[in-house]
Design a protein around this ligand. Structure first.
Ligand code: ADP
Ligand code: MG
Length: 644
């Protein structure tokens, strides 16, 4: 393949150019992290080689002692990081360090804030660590060969980070990757054994491979110099060490490595499970939701190890989708080393590890909520929506997950979701049997819904739900602590023991008197509503819409409609009118058919609007209202200039 061997100069993708500019010109606050990024990549490369070698031992090329070498050359002004990991083919080099083929790139640029410190933190999260080399280097040379390829299939890549790179096929006797940084002027602080060792200890101590630096000793008498390899890091799996011996800093650096995050985690969970099925989990809750949190399939958060050997990235078998924000490792003592994805699918031990780990995570969250409420608030703000999926997905743990949920309620009308169902139940009124909630398009539509009028009057707390997922939540979480959850926009208003007989009788009386009116309204709204009845839930609004008891919530229907799903023809809502409202009283007297019709249509449209719904034709609504104003004589006719 002659075409492959020639030297060519290729352009970076536009995004890479932007990224490099960003690195070089703005992300200067924490230069030393370039070394962490390179070591992290070498460590990943070693993991990949180990994994592939499970089925093809020849890939080691008789070199099973995987290591990372760090060196510097004062005269040449260079730092070199080398590994004997998986290496890369020519295509892989182009793909991995010549373009950004990763889906996260666009999101990365969208997330940039212009705040240097914040933007620096984003870099690791978006997996663009390699380019951090250009913070300190004005030229980077990478030579590599993929394990298993012929020595003649080595690759040399070089770039000055200004939009282009050279790539060339070379002879490369050893597999693995070597990266040489040609330091920018003024960066010679890094040309020091002491400095480099410190950076390695600070950021990379937890790396399970030995990170070695050459140690030169000179025997003055014999006039001999010997070069030995000195291991700089601890090089034992952090999770295998005793909790009491691990510092917070070590946990944090380990997290940053596994999670590709620049920020410290919110908290960690470190557990050793002993007995028939032995395994260790070291899991972290990030402080901030990753950009791809909403992709239920994109899960690389938790790595599976078997006896300290990396096996694979998260597979859906390790954790359920609603815990996809978790990061860390699970290390099993019992699984076979040559385990494949197929075996994982039907493995009882894995099932046990999964359900044990889920329980551990739930109890860690319970503890956080109890003992560190501020952290729990952060957690809920970042991951609450995902946890809600758990109520739907994980019926076995539903009650426990339900306790972790936090809501906005009419208790304080606060947008911050801070009230748990236990708080709610603890405050339930004498005679209250149900947990009431309302779902709406957004928080203010929920908070200001006319449906709340009677609840506010009677001082009954209502959960204010306004996230998309809440629609589904409502249909899965039907009970909590023996109390039914009840949507207040659905069916007849049922206040159970809170009902007032007198008020009820009044409504019934009104129903009788208003019967002719209700029927007339029904004829006009025939196509839009299934029923018109007198309401008990309004105090200040003239009318509201209610979903049929068996129907989905009004807002659920809108959700389905907006996502283009067919929901079986759609059930029509019920219009409830408030017999005490002046408008309702007034229209009983209306003799003009046309005006009566306009009143009714306006009532309906208003009710729809206050639900946060959309009018089929807003301009007709506006025109009708204007016509009514004019006919009411509120506008002095002399002020209206006509053109004839
Ligand atoms: P990330 O590590 O998050 O994937 P990086 O920018 O650090 O992002 O690295 C980009 C890619 O380049 C890696 O995913 C990997 O495929 C490849 N790569 C980088 N360094 C090495 C290395 N030492 N050995 C093999 N592949 C590497
Ligand atoms: Mg990396």
């Amino acid at each position: 393949m002659t075409i492959e061997t020639h030297k060519e100069t290729l352009g970076f993708q536009t995004e890479v150019k932007q990224l490099l500019d960003l690195m070089i010109h703005s992300l200067y606050s924490n230069k030393e992290i370039f070394l962490r990024e390179l070591i992290s990549n070498s460590s990943d490369a070693a993991d990949k080689l180990r994994f592939e070698a499970i089925s093809d031992e020849a890939l080691y090329e008789n070199d099973t002692e995987l290591k990372i070498w760090v060196n510097f050359d004062k005269d040449a002004n260079t730092i070199t990081v080398r590994d004997n990991g998986i290496g890369m083919s020519r295509e892989e080099v182009i793909e991995n360090v010549g373009t950004i083929a990763k889906s996260g790139t666009k999101e990365f640029f969208q997330s940039l804030t212009g705040d240097k410190a914040k933007d620096t933190q984003l870099i690791g999260q978006f997996g663009v660590g390699f380019y951090s080399s250009f913070i300190v280097a004005d030229k980077v040379t990478l030579t590599t060969r993929r394990a298993g390829l012929e020595p003649s299939h080595g690759v040399r890549w070089e770039s000055t980070g200004d939009g282009e790179y050279d790539i060339e096929t070379i002879e490369c006797p050893k597999h693995g990757t070597e990266i040489t940084l040609h330091l920018r002027p003024g960066e010679d602080e890094f040309l020091s054994e002491y400095r480099l060792q410190n950076i390695i200890k600070k950021y990379s101590d937890h790396i399970t491979l030995p990170i070695v630096m050459p140690k030169v000793t000179t025997d003055e008498e014999k006039n001999e110099t010997t070069i030995e390899e000195e291991v700089v890091n601890t090089a034992t799996a952090l999770w295998a060490r005793a909790k009491s011996e691990i510092t917070e800093e070590e946990y944090t650096e380990f997290y940053k490595h596994v999670a590709h995050d620049f920020e410290a985690p919110l908290t960690y969970i470190h557990n050793k499970v002993e007995g028939k099925n032995e395994y260790t989990t070291l899991l972290f809750i990030p402080a901030r939701a990753p950009f791809d949190l909403w992709d239920r399939n994109n899960r690389h958060g938790v790595k599976l190890y078997v006896r300290r050997i990396f096996i694979m990235d998260d597979d859906e078998k390790l954790l359920p989708p609603y815990l996809r924000f978790m990061r860390g490792v699970i290390d099993s003592n019992d699984l076979p080393l040559n385990i494949s994805r197929e075996i994982l699918q039907h493995n009882k031990q894995i099932d046990a590890i999964r359900s044990g780990t889920v329980k551990k995570i739930l109890s860690a969250l319970e503890n956080l909520a109890k003992n560190e409420p501020e952290k729990y608030t952060t957690f809920w703000t970042q991951f609450g929506k995902v946890i809600k999926e758990g109520v739907i997905d994980d019926s076995g743990n539903r009650e426990r997950i339900a306790k972790l949920l936090r809501f906005s309620t009419t208790y304080d009308d606060n947008t911050t979701q801070a009230i748990g169902l236990e708080d709610y139940v603890g405050r339930m009124k004498e005679g209250q049997e149900k947990i009431y909630y309302i779902t709406a398009e957004n928080f203010s539509a929920a908070k200001n819904s006319p449906h709340l009028e009677i609840f506010r009057k009677k001082n009954i707390e209502v959960l204010l739900l306004s996230e998309q997922i809440d629609e589904w939540l409502g249909s899965h979480l039907t009970e909590f602590d023996g109390k039914k959850l009840q949507s207040i926009t659905k069916g007849e208003l049922d206040l159970g023991g809170l009902e007032n007989e007198e008020e009820k009788q009044e409504v019934e009386k009104a129903s009788d008197t208003l019967k002719p009116l209700l029927e007339k309204i029904k004829t006009i709204l025939e196509a839009k509503v299934s029923e018109v009845r007198v309401t008990y839930r309004l105090t200040s609004s003239p009318a509201c819409l209610v979903a049929d008891a068996n129907a989905m919530d009004a807002s659920l229907e809108r959700l389905l409609k907006s996502s283009g799903q067919n929901f079986g023809g759609g059930s029509k809502p019920i219009l409830e009118v408030n017999p005490q409202h002046p408008i309702v009283i007034a229209i009983q007297e209306e003799k003009d058919e046309e005006r009566f019709k306009n009143w009714v249509l306006t009532l309906f449209d208003q009710a729809l609007l206050s639900e946060g719904g959309q009018l089929d034709d807003p301009s007709i609504f506006v025109k009708r209202i204007n016509d009514m104003f004019i006919s009411m004589g509120n506008l002095s006719s002399s002020r209206i200039i006509t053109s004839d």
